[in-house]
Design a protein around this ligand. Structure first.
Ligand SMILES: Cc1ncc(COP(=O)(O)O)c(C=O)c1O
Length: 396
């Protein structure tokens, strides 16, 4: 088929040309005396993205899942009591990992389409007078359902009852795309991965930790080896790694961070909100519903869109791929076949989003969904133009 594949899954995301070019270089010596000229600024700049001035960041040659494991095995001890919630495939997988690593998990199951139950967390924390809960977990952006949770509110709940539990946040599909403030929100372990907001291939797991988490790691008794903070710190401090680092990815990271700072984090968050509003306008014009059950849960990086009863989402996605060379995200686990997802994060603009919406419209029409041709695309165009007019008026 002529043209290229239009990638609108919520990660891996589209890679800017500058980043791709930056990774096209010969192998280099990762023990050379000059290597720290690359790595030391990388550590500092990744911390800027997390807004972590007081702790440190670990960059693992893994996907985000490795950084989940690194966080838990370094900072906690076997049998530790942790408070988690599950409302989608990724929050489920984090719970599953915590159980398999031997923690005592108090998991609150929520309806898929909602997010972290802050009030229930507050109740559990207030009742825990003996402070047996060692860590509280938040999936900031549940990629499977397109739901964003309120990390600051969880911090406020911890503070309201003076609970010393550590705060762990999965920011794999939020950090670098949606507002995230590690220091201000008192996040102790924040996890992300390279293939979403960082606009890189998969292969780097980021774990940004607070000084409190670093302290906790000194007494944490869980088995750890590959992900050991201690081993990393010993070598990272001099600009090296305890094993062979993925040198191309680190060069790509340099280029992606340069692009991020050139645009500015706050502008990136605004752009994501703007693009997401366009997608939401289209969904509403089609007469369809998001999986996220209320506006307070709407995600600015991914929309999971409910399909009419009786339609098999897997077939819808296959049709988009085969007929229009367009990759839309599939429904996962509990919502498999019931939703399709549009990833609207990373290196993306209005025209690309309109392309995704046009492909979705063509596909939905072909699959027999009763929508009007052009309705979603038109609604998104109107949304984008209205937002641009408001911004111009404000600036005048
Ligand atoms: C919210 C969230 N957490 C964790 C993961 C797992 O990350 P990875 O696939 O990089 O291991 C993903 C992957 O999509 C995710 O979206």
């Amino acid at each position: 088929m002529p043209g290229y594949n239009h990638l609108f899954i919520p990660g891996p995301t589209n890679i800017p040309e500058q980043v791709r070019q930056a990774m096209n270089l010969p192998m280099e010596d990762m023990r050379s005396p000059r290597y720290p000229e690359l790595t030391l600024p990388l550590f500092a700049d990744v911390r800027r993205v997390f807004k972590n001035q007081n702790g440190r960041v670990f960059i693992y040659p893994s996907s985000g899942t490795g950084a989940w494991e690194a966080a838990m095995t370094n900072v906690l001890s076997p049998g530790d009591h942790v408070l988690m919630s599950r409302f989608g495939q990724f929050s489920h997988l984090w719970v599953d990992m915590a159980e398999r690593l031997g923690f005592e998990v108090d998991c609150i199951d929520m309806e898929w389409g909602t997010g972290v139950p802050v009030e229930l967390y507050a109740e559990r924390l207030t009742a825990d007078k003996a402070h047996t809960i060692k860590a509280v977990f938040v999936t900031h952006n549940e990629t499977a359902t397109g739901v964003t949770s309120d990390v600051a509110a969880v911090r406020a709940a911890l503070d309201a009852c003076n609970h010393p539990a550590l705060l762990f946040v999965d920011g794999v599909s939020s950090i670098g795309s949606i507002d995230f403030r590690q220091d201000e929100w008192g996040v102790d372990c924040a996890v992300s991965g390279s293939q979403k907001g960082f606009m890189l291939p998969a292969g780097l797991g980021f774990l940004s930790v607070s000084a409190k988490a670093l302290d906790a790691a000194k007494t944490g008794r869980h088995m750890r080896c590959y992900f050991s903070f201690e081993d990393m710190i010993k070598t990272n401090d001099a600009g090296y790694f305890p094993y062979t680092p993925p040198t191309q990815l680190l060069r790509g990271l340099r280029a992606s961070l340069d692009l991020i700072f050139e645009e500015g984090l706050e502008n990136i968050f605004t752009r994501h909100h703007h693009l997401a509003n366009g997608v939401r306008a289209a969904v509403s014009a089609w007469g369809l519903k998001l999986c996220a059950s209320e506006p307070k849960w709407y995600s600015d990086t991914v929309s999971a869109i409910r399909l009419p009863e009786g339609l098999d989402g897997t077939e819808v996605i296959k049709h988009a791929y085969r007929t229009y060379n367009t990759s839309l995200g599939s429904g996962l686990s509990k919502v498999a076949g019931k939703v399709f997802r549009i990833g609207h994060l990373g290196s993306l603009n209005e025209v690309m989003v309109l392309g995704a919406l046009a492909a979705a419209e063509l596909t939905l029409l072909d699959c027999g969904v009763k929508i009007e041709a052009g309705s979603g695309v038109g609604a998104a165009i109107n949304q984008f133009r209205a937002a641009a007019a408001t911004a111009t008026a404000k600036a005048a």
